[in-house]
Design a protein around this ligand. Structure first.
Ligand code: C2E
Ligand code: CA
Ligand code: CA
Length: 815
């Protein structure tokens, strides 16, 4: 039962119409067909053999019956002979007393079981009989006497009262024949039973009174209720025939025992075919049982075989499913088989590995930056996403440190892309060295933008740790990078955003780190953490940038001029050109909100050209009405990188018919230090065109005056951060003083910007600073108002004995 359950289970395991079921059904079908064929063949053979053996049994039964009847007749003849020789009987016969003879005949007949006993005279006439009615045997007696005359034994089977009898006729000699003794036996059941016992055949004796009559059974070993059926199916034509009885089929054979004019006797021998076949049937049942056993064993075997075939196939199918679903990592089981399926599995596994490799390469392309081998933006984003999830589960935090190289574009521009690539690789190597903890991830997001993911931070110290990493990165850039023996200085602007303090999701976290990074770029004040204020500013500036291009085309930019005055005479001797953006919605936008982005995008070149063009226009206008002024124009790093800048400026000069000497170009220290070699070339060409050059914001960079002297510079502008508080701050005043002295020592004109009050003016004058610029005199003015302001200023201060500065703290402003 258990075995069946497992079998059924396995069978159910093979789904319908599957290969496994087909294999099992085919095997079982073939087995059953072979078994059925041999079963039929065996059955036919058995049947044939059984019938043949019945036929021969019937033939020998016929002989046996003949012999039995012969034996009976012999016994009867012997008894009759004994009687004929019996002395008593002879005496009785000699006495001629019929009664006595009859009595002796009766006694003797009874003794040997004869039912007919009679004495005939020498001419076969009846002399005495033990039973009445012997006359009826007259025809038989005549036939027997005729046979005797022919020298044959006088034996005869007759029918009396529908019963067959066996008659014998023996002579009574003294010593000549004096008479004949006739004796008869009924052929009855005991004889039939003997026959059945000896031959295992059924015997029926049938009689009929003439050929026109029907046969009737007189005695039989068969039960009385089937006699009629046997009688009905018999045929006079053949000796052998088949008889169908309620309990089955019988083979039969009939033999004629006696035939005379009036009566016929026949014995019908029968044998049940079923009975004959029974022992073989037993054998066949055994065979069938064996077949059944075979089928079960075969079924088990074929199910196992089918599973051996289909299980690995199903595994292959499942593996193919997995491949389809994109799982290339799970190896295939069952490859160790040595057969074809094993080969298929191995081929499949090789395919999986190749696809996995291929996939790996595709993934690598998709998730890895091919230049540096670092993860790219996509994979960094995924890593950040995973890190925030893990941190959320563990109650920890995550930091993203994002950095952008400050002068990378110059490396590309100046040294070419090969060096640019080399630089990025070096930077990637350095960053990888700075990442100390396991699990920190360095990625290259874009061009010169890198990021570090610091996962699983302690919320209490995350900011400090992120800051430390950022500082370490900054410090690592203190060493210049070697590119094929060329030392190049680099620096980076770093922004930091923390999860969950600054952002709740990955994209926000990344964009906030970026916002912080841009803020750091603007402030130039080291690593910067994200702050909500930055976001507002950056969102604004970003959208401003898109509008900037529009602004220049639609005349939204305005040129402002801030006067520059000679400290000794108080005269207006020049102006600095400063740009403003008259935004239709935002109003007047200060330059610090769009200049840095214009510099980043390179749009500054267009802007600078616009400013210079406007400056030239106003210079021409102003110079017509009075003493020629010097107009200062600011240049940014990007401008200095532009090899064609001198040419473009020259074209403007020509167009407006103005001299280069009327303009001073202000360049910040850092702009020069970004790439001194290249800057120097541009500066020299500008200088040779006749432009005056000024170092703006002096004191905020690291350049030495000695170094600056090698540049074609004419003017030095002390940064307003030193000037604004110099009347109060002794250190600032000291710096300003020494700067003025040194600059004069080098033959440079010195300008102080950020002069906000009279004390400052006086102090600068006392220190022999050459020029001053500041709110104390005037804020930057719309260029068209400059002339009015200038004449007002001159009217107020011209009559005042020179050299004198403004009298009051209140500057003359027109707005
Ligand atoms: P900068 O070149 O140092 O320009 C001088 C800045 O100092 C101006 O700010 C001016 O308004 C301000 N300033 C002048 N006097 C005083 C004072 O007494 N007190 C104070 N606190 N500030 C004073 P502005 O116009 O906002 O320009 C800021 C910066 O934007 C400029 O600094 C310059 O770097 C840049 N910029 C302005 N216009 C242009 C331009 O046309 N081209 C380029 N490349 N840069 C420009
Ligand atoms: Ca300036
Ligand atoms: Ca300045």
């Amino acid at each position: 039962m258990n075995a069946w359950n497992t079998f059924a289970g396995r069978l159910r395991g093979l789904s319908r119409r599957s290969l496994g079921v087909r294999i099992v059904l085919l095997f079982l079908g073939l087995l059953l067909a072979v078994q059925a064929a041999s079963f039929v063949a065996i059955r036919a053979t058995i049947d044939r053999n059984a019938r043949a053996s019945i036929a021969s049994a019937l033939v020998s039964g016929e002989q046996l019956l003949g012999r039995l009847l012969q034996q009976n007749a012999d016994k009867l003849a012997q008894g009759a002979t004994l009687l004929a020789a019996d002395y008593g009987f002879r005496s009785a016969v000699a006495s001629g007393d019929t009664d006595t003879i009859a009595s002796v005949l009766s006694n003797h007949g009874d003794r040997i079981g004869a039912t007919v006993s009679a004495l005939l005279d020498t001419r076969f006439a009846l002399r005495a009989a033990a039973q009445p009615g012997v006359d009826r045997l007259r025809p038989a007696i005549d036939r027997m006497s005729a046979r005797l005359a022919g020298g044959q034994p006088a034996r005869e089977i007759v029918v009396l009262d529908r019963k067959p009898f066996q008659l014998v006729l023996v002579p009574m000699r003294a010593p000549v024949v004096v008479g004949w003794v006739l004796m008869g036996f009924p052929i009855d059941e005991p004889l039939m039973n003997d026959m059945r016992d000896l031959s295992a055949l059924h015997v029926s004796l049938q009689v009929r009174q003439g050929p026109a009559q029907a046969w009737t059974t007189s005695v039989s070993t068969l039960p009385a209720n089937v006699h009629a059926a046997v009688e009905a199916q018999r045929s006079d034509e053949t000796a052998s025939m088949n008889v169908r009885l309620p309990d089955g089929e019988y083979s039969s054979r009939q033999m004629r025992l006696a035939t005379d004019a009036s009566t016929e006797v026949a014995a019908v021998l029968m044998r049940s075919v079923d009975e004959a076949v029974a022992p073989y049937r037993q054998l066949q049942f055994g065979l069938a049982a064996l077949t059944l056993l075979g089928v079960i064993v075969f079924a088990f075997g074929s199910v196992l075989t089918a599973r051996r075939v289909t299980t690995p196939l199903r595994r292959l199918a499942a593996a193919a499913e997995r491949l389809g679903a994109g799982d290339y990592a799970t190896p295939l089981r069952g490859q160790q088989r040595a057969d074809e399926i094993g080969e298929l599995a191995q081929a499949f596994e090789r395919m999986r590995i190749r696809i996995a490799d291929h996939q790996q390469q595709v993934l690598k392309l998709a998730y890895e930056d091919s230049l540096t081998g670092l993860p790219n933006r996509t994979s960094f984003r995924q890593a950040v996403s995973a890190a925030t999830e893990a941190a959320a589960a563990a109650g920890r935090s995550v930091a993203v440190v994002m950095m952008d190289l400050d002068r990378f574009k110059h490396v590309n521009d100046v040294l070419g892309y090969r060096y640019g690539d080399l630089m990025l690789k070096r930077v990637a190597e350095r960053l990888a060295q700075e990442v100390l903890r396991d699990g920190d991830i360095v990625a290259r997001l874009d061009g010169d933008e890198f990021a570090v993911l610091l996962p699983m931070l302690d919320p209490a110290t995350d900011a400090a740790l992120a800051n430390t990493v950022a500082r370490r990165i900054t410090e690592s850039f203190d060493r210049s990078v070697l590119l094929d023996d060329q030392a190049v200085d680099i620096s980076a602007s770093i922004g930091i955003a923390l999860w969950p303090q600054h952002a709740g999701d990955t994209d926000t976290l990344l964009s906030r780190a970026e916002v912080a990074m841009y803020a750091a770029k603007r402030r130039r004040d080291g690593p910067t953490f994200y702050d909500a204020k930055l976001d507002a500013a950056s969102a604004q500036t970003l959208s401003l940038l898109t509008e900037l291009r529009h602004a220049i085309d639609h005349g939204e930019l305005r040129l402002y001029l801030q006067p520059k005055l000679a400290l000794d005479t108080g005269r207006v001797i020049g102006a600095e050109a400063l740009v403003r953006w008259q935004h239709p919605v935002r109003g007047l936008v200060p330059p610090m909100e769009f200049i840095p982005f214009a510099e980043q995008t390179g749009f500054i070149r267009v802007l600078t050209l616009w400013v210079f063009e406007e400056a030239a226009r106003h210079w021409k206008r102003l110079s017509r009405s009075g003493a020629p002024l010097s107009v200062s124009v600011n240049l940014s790093t990007r401008d200095l990188m532009d090899q064609d800048l001198p040419q473009k400026f020259e074209a403007v000069l020509v167009r407006h018919q103005v001299p280069a000497e009327g303009f001073c170009l202000e360049i910040t220290e850092s702009a020069i230090m970004d790439d001194p070699e290249r800057t120097l070339g541009t500066l020299e060409r500008l200088s040779s065109l006749g432009f005056r050059l000024s170092i703006d914001d002096f004191g905020t960079g690291y350049s030495s005056l000695a170094y600056l002297k090698r540049l074609p510079v004419d003017e030095l502008k002390i940064d307003k951060s030193f000037v604004l508080n110099m009347e109060k701050d002794i250190d600032d005043a000291r710096i300003v003083r020494s700067t003025i002295d040194l600059a004069h020592g080098l033959g440079l004109t010195v300008v102080a910007e950020g002069v906000e009050n009279a004390q400052c003016w006086e102090l600068l004058r006392a220190l022999h600073c050459d020029e001053a610029q500041g709110f104390h005199m005037s804020r930057p003015l719309p260029a068209d108002e400059f002339e009015r302001w200038s004449s007002l200023w001159t009217a107020r201060h011209a009559q005042v004995a020179l050299p004198r500065g403004p009298e009051s703290d209140r500057a003359i402003t027109l707005h």
